[in-house]
Design a protein around this ligand. Structure first.
Ligand SMILES: [Zn+2]
Ligand SMILES: [Zn+2]
Ligand SMILES: [Zn+2]
Length: 769
């Protein structure tokens, strides 16, 4: 060729970091380079991938434009840095072997839903994977839950024991194939297989385990199904008897169950949903989405008693799709296979042991689950998604931070525990671990700490923990006290506020509303209705609910009537009898005396400013609920009652100056509630006025604090913001007064989010020295 006709050639080297391994990134770059007529190579590096491309400048530009715009569905780029490089003599684009010498820092992908291409093949009778329950490709399937070690390749996953057949191996080796380096690649000939086990865990040898499982579900049975991150218990959601049996056997009296729908087209039958809800349900994370339920949907009554929301999700593994393929049912209850508040069951033996007497049969397989991971739970509010439980599909995707910090481990709280590791400018929250008070969860906690440190390749020397001396996570942290380990105790509500600040990338001081059930205060009282002026270093308590006695401590959490009585005793002392309340008549004299004595003599009656307990008290007083079967049940049912009302009133509360802060006084609130009860006002109106009264008072308070501090940013955090009515009323009220309001979206507002706040506070406190 004449040299004058040959175009100028340039070369670029590009380092890409993020989730770019095990997600089809290299074949994608390979195809893109070919389409742009470039030579060069791509290789995995410890931090991600490195690409070198060479060709005409126009073609290089096109490549650099298309690269970030067209990445595969599971890939996420955190940084992409092109620089000029020396041209080479080469004739093709190649995928070269990984460099494994340096410590890996690449991110691991979460588990994601089966893709449409795989589903199409699974449903095609001519395809070699027709009805294969473990079909996957680089764009879909298990990741986080099958990883034993890093870097991510088959030998370091629970697929290591399955040797690929020649057909699968050929796909795996072909850069142009959708299964190029798809580590869990498998088929009928070489991959995992299903088994059907009887109630006692013994193998029930049937030709088609799936058909047997579907038949059991049709016949109102309860099936344990091995999934991605653990076992589910499944039953037909339209069968009253099956759902009732499941509740009885699982000892889960009333806590709502989520249901899996056969297909998105059926959604309208069960729920009110708009396009954003649909998109969320269909997203690759396939979370459980809370949506307003429709009456008369034909679902079993006991799925979500007295709750206007329904948790729904769609099939996310090929196995789920196949279970529904009999067409005999359109909705299944799918609930973590555990007794209440224990972690999700993991392996076949453990499941058979723990689910004895609960499941009628088991649909299992021989691919090990190495990491537990529950389903994530999301809702839509104020135009944003709000994660209530962050697990499958989201873990281990990091939350980006504003600044770099040294490695930190934050061990979270006691209930709904998660842990968090900060590495560089990213915060990695663990999956939902659960309530640490039971042994299974505690073991899971230790395992999660180990595993997260391991896959992130950090050994943090700073450990942040909650101040509560009896939390298992706190004790665990304090046991690590040795040598160069630095321990940093963080107040619970400060952590809530810092968590909200972190995900909204705020710095400096804010007004923080931290409203929840329980958190250990610096004065050793049980805090929970707190307004803080806070930054990442420290906080001042600007306001809180006035203290009341919590007779029986934790027992009062299960028995809201105790809290209601405590409020009445505080406000009416000896005049209780002239109140003539149905609530008081429901408590026998002896119990009343016991509670009164506990409070008078300060026996096992800690002081509390809890907002959650105030909800409990109002729920008990109005006859909604005097004891609960699951956490926050009274508050949830009180909220549900408010939706039946259009009343526009708001109960008064008082702001009592107390030195430099305020106490939120509840006497006028109780006066007003008792007045309405005497007039036999509907409970729904009382609940509505209570919610509106709280919101109005909090807005007043925020204005008073703004006058003092000139702060205009307000953060909303704490489990009470799972109450969507309180959240909306307060958000609207604050915005009407021109506050900038920040709330949770990526991490839970409840205690599942505090590990992030702990980590942020520890990071800033360490920076000072
Ligand atoms: Zn796929
Ligand atoms: Zn195969
Ligand atoms: Zn909390």
């Amino acid at each position: 060729m004449d040299d004058s006709l040959r175009a100028v050639v340039a070369r670029k080297a590009i380092d890409v970091t993020g989730i770019v391994q095990g997600v089809g990134f290299r074949p994608f770059v390979y195809r893109l380079a070919q389409q742009c007529r470039l030579t060069g190579f791509i290789a995995n590096t410890p931090a991600g991938v490195t690409i070198e491309v060479q060709g005409e400048p126009d073609h290089l530009d096109r490549f650099l434009q298309r690269l970030p715009a067209e990445i595969p569905p599971l890939a996420r780029i955190t940084a992409l840095l092109p620089r000029d490089a020396e041209t080479q003599s080469e004739s093709a684009f190649r995928i070269v072997a990984s460099h494994l010498d340096a410590p890996p820092k690449a991110l691991i992908s979460p588990d994601v839903a089966v893709c449409d291409d795989c589903l199409r093949e699974m449903r095609d009778p001519r395809d070699r994977r027709f009805r294969y329950p473990f079909i996957n490709c680089t764009n879909c399937g298990p990741r986080f839950t099958i990883i034993r070690d890093i870097p991510y390749d088959r030998a370091r996953t629970s697929m290591a024991s399955f040797k690929m057949c020649p057909a699968c191996q050929a796909e795996y080796d072909d850069p142009a194939n959708r299964r190029f380096h798809a580590q869990p690649n498998a088929c009928w000939d070489c991959g995992p297989q299903l088994r059907f086990l009887s109630a006692d865990g013994s193998l029930h040898d049937v030709a088609e385990p799936l058909r047997e499982a579907a038949r059991l579900l049709e016949n109102h049975g309860i099936l344990a199904v091995k999934g991605l991150g653990g076992f589910h218990l499944a039953c037909n959601a339209r069968s009253d008897s099956a759902v009732a049996t499941l509740r009885e056997r699982k000892r889960r009296v009333e806590k709502p169950f989520a249901i899996m729908l056969r297909r998105i087209e059926d959604l309208d039958r069960f729920c009110q949903a708009d396009d954003s809800a649909r998109q969320l349900l269909l997203s690759i994370e396939r979370p459980i989405v809370l949506l307003p339920r429709k009456p008369d949907s034909g679902l079993a009554e006991s799925i979500a008693p007295r709750n206007r929301f329904l948790g729904v999700f769609l099939p996310y593994t090929p196995l789920h799709h196949l279970l529904f393929s009999s067409g005999k049912f359109d909705a299944l209850v799918m609930t973590s296979a555990n007794l209440s508040e224990e972690p999700i069951a993991l392996d076949n033996d453990e499941a058979a042991r723990r689910l004895q007497g609960i499941a009628d049969a088991y649909l299992v397989h021989n691919r090990d689950i190495l990491r537990r991971c529950d389903d994530s739970v999301i809702r839509l509010a104020a135009g944003r998604t709000q994660i209530l439980r962050r697990s499958r599909g989201f873990v281990p995707v990091p939350v980006p931070l504003e600044r770099e910090s040294q490695p930190i481990l934050a061990v979270g709280g006691e209930l709904k525990n998660t842990i968090c590791i900060v590495r560089g400018s990213e915060a990695f929250l663990s999956q939902h671990i659960g309530d640490l008070e039971n042994l299974e969860s505690y073991n899971f906690f230790e395992e999660a700490v180990q595993h997260l440190q391991y896959i992130l390749e950090v050994q943090p020397k700073i450990i942040a923990y909650d101040l509560h001396p009896d939390y298992f996570s706190t004790k665990w942290a304090l046991d690590r006290q040795a040598g160069d380990i630095r321990l940093i105790g963080v107040q619970h509500h400060h952590a809530h506020v810092a968590s909200c600040m972190a995900e909204n990338h705020l710095d400096g001081k804010v007004i923080g509303f931290a409203l929840d059930g329980t958190g250990y205060g610096t004065d050793q009282a049980v805090w929970g209705g707190e307004v803080l002026v806070a930054d990442y270093h420290d906080f001042e308590r600007a306001a809180h609910f006035e203290y009341i006695a919590l007779p029986g401590g934790a027992a009062a959490i299960h028995e809201p009537w105790r809290v209601a009585l405590s409020y009445l005793l505080k406000h009416y002392v000896k005049d209780l009898d002239i109140l003539d309340l149905p609530f008081l008549r429901s408590i026998d004299d002896r119990r009343r005396q016991v509670i009164q004595q506990m409070i008078d003599r300060q026996i096992h009656s800690p002081r509390t400013s809890s907002c959650g307990r105030l909800f409990d008290a109002v729920a008990a007083l109005t006859g909604i609920r005097s004891t609960v079967n699951y956490e926050a049940q009274a508050a949830i049912e009180l909220e549900m009652a408010a939706y039946e009302s259009t009343d526009e009133g708001a109960y008064p509360l008082e702001l009592i100056p107390d030195g430099t802060r305020w106490q939120i006084g509840t006497y006028p609130l109780f006066q007003a509630i008792l007045g309405d009860l005497r007039q036999q006002k509907p409970v729904s109106d009382i609940s509505r006025r209570f919610h509106a009264g709280l919101a109005t008072t909090f807005v007043d308070l925020a204005q008073k604090i703004r006058e003092q501090t000139q702060l205009n940013r307000v953060c909303l955090s704490g489990g009470c913001f799972h109450n969507i009515l309180l959240f909306r009323l307060l958000l609207d009220g604050l915005r009407a007064q021109s506050f900038e309001v920040y709330f949770h979206s990526e991490v839970p507002a409840g205690d599942g989010g505090i590990s992030l706040g702990q980590a942020m506070i520890a990071a800033h406190r360490c920076e000072l020295r």
